[in-house]
Design a binder for this molecule. Structure first.
Ligand SMILES: Nc1[nH]c(=O)nc2c1ncn2[C@H]1C[C@H](O)[C@@H](COP(=O)(O)OP(=O)(O)OP(=O)(O)O)O1
Length: 171
């Protein structure tokens, strides 16, 4: 099982709230929009991974304490857990987004997210994450690897979950 993260930086403008998305240039979901993120490295906590990936992919500095846990997503492929993903949002960050070999960053109005150019499951959970809610979701894919070529067949979503338990405070 792969453990991974996604991070959604948010900024408030007079015109509304924007989220920093990336157009992914390589790896799983290449060519699609997502948040900065990636796989945990050995010995790393999910928060540390989200901070590192956000720095590596778009050059923003985030303090792990400013990351708000927004979702836990389980992606199953042919009945087995393929990826467990920790999702964070933050309104606190330093620096200006810049391109990297992995990602092209783009600020997007939260009401104008390009769901048709994203993982099919994103439209089911990301609107809640961007609205400040918490989500636990399970998403089933079928048809063999890789996950981004498999068919999205079923899902189960719980909203308003708590991630504040002592054991999970640092996740
Ligand atoms: N169904 C799905 N919906 C979604 O929104 N993001 C998904 C997803 N399945 C995987 N991801 C994300 C989670 C994680 O951020 C990323 C993992 O992709 P990769 O395995 O290609 O890792 P990356 O290459 O981005 O990371 P590193 O290799 O660790 O730099 O894809």
């Amino acid at each position: 099982m792969i453990e991974a993260t996604l991070c959604f930086p948010l900024r408030d403008l007079e015109s509304g709230t924007e989220v920093l998305l990336i157009e992914k240039r390589r790896g799983l979901g290449e060519g699609w929009y997502n948040g900065p993120g990636g796989k945990l490295e050995t010995g790393e906590t999910p928060r540390e991974c989200a901070v590192r990936e956000t720095r590596e992919e778009v050059g923003l500095e985030v303090d792990p304490r400013d990351l708000e846990k927004a979702a836990e997503l389980t992606f199953l492929l042919d009945g087995a857990i393929h990826t467990f993903c920790h999702v964070y949002r933050t309104t606190q960050f330093a620096g200006e987004p810049r391109e990297s070999p992995e990602a092209r960053p783009e600020w997007v109005d939260v009401d104008d997210v390009p769901y048709e150019q994203m993982w099919e499951d994103d439209q089911l959970w990301l609107p809640h994450v961007l609205a400040g809610e918490t989500v636990a979701g399970e998403f089933q894919f079928e048809g063999g690897k890789p996950l981004d070529e498999a068919a999205f067949v079923d899902h189960d979503i719980e909203r308003g979950v708590s991630f504040d338990g002592a054991a999970r405070a640092n996740e």
